[in-house]
Design a binder for this molecule. Structure first.
Ligand SMILES: [Fe+2]
Ligand SMILES: [Fe+2]
Length: 205
């Protein structure tokens, strides 16, 4: 079979749906590469800063790596703004949706809410923005993690003179994360808080 013959889903056969499922599984194997390509596309978005969104993403991930953060954190830092291309009004949720099946719940939550936390750094300069929007998340077990994510990696990563690692350095980590079994409880580790930094690991990097 090269293609299914149905034109309405309700007419499809068992064989056709099995054929499509096999195709879909093959397609999902290349998610990591598609994300890396999309990340490079970030180079074209949001001008005005001293570095591009791709530069900002790579710099966030580089800082996470150098802080001794684990792979879930590093990949989350790398992809946290990937929604900027297609979802400028909820780019955080967009990125979190991509990451959710493959990284720790803690990391997904931080990526999902980082937009509200980031307002701390600029909200007071603009009309109609609430600098303390993050307060609506106060009480969440991951509140302090997201505050640290933004302070250490996100708001700090707009420096054109910072010594970034190349995107190729992070590619194997992205491939490893997106090759995981989706929603594996051992990956999601519900409720578990892993520190963002590890001085012993950082010293070896
Ligand atoms: Fe962002
Ligand atoms: Fe960011």
């Amino acid at each position: 079979m090269e293609k299914v013959s149905f034109t309405q889903m309700k007419d499809g056969t068992k064989e056709e749906y099995e054929f499509l499922t096999a195709h879909e599984i093959d397609h999902t194997k290349h998610t990591a590469d598609r994300l890396l390509t999309a990340l490079v596309d970030l180079d074209k978005s949001l001008s005005g800063y001293q570095i591009t969104r791709l530069g900002h993403s790579v710099q966030s991930a580089t800082r996470a790596w150098r802080d001794g953060a684990d792979i879930d954190w590093v990949v989350s830092a790398l992809l946290h703004d990937i929604g900027d291309i297609y979802a400028p009004y909820n780019h955080d949720e967009y990125a979190a949706t991509i990451l959710k099946p493959f990284v720790r719940e803690q990391c997904t939550w931080c990526v999902q809410t980082h937009g509200d936390f980031q307002m701390l750094y600029y909200g007071h300069h603009l009309e109609g923005f609430d600098q303390h929007k993050r307060e609506r998340h106060r009480g969440n077990p991951y509140f302090d993690d997201c505050a640290e994510f933004c302070e250490r990696w996100d708001q700090a990563s707009f420096d054109p003179d910072y010594d970034d690692l190349p995107i190729e350095f992070f590619a194997p980590m992205v491939r490893e994360v997106f090759a995981r079994t989706p929603y594996d409880p051992q990956v999601i580790r519900k409720g578990e808080r892993v520190p963002l930094t590890d001085v012993d690991v950082a010293a070896k990097r």
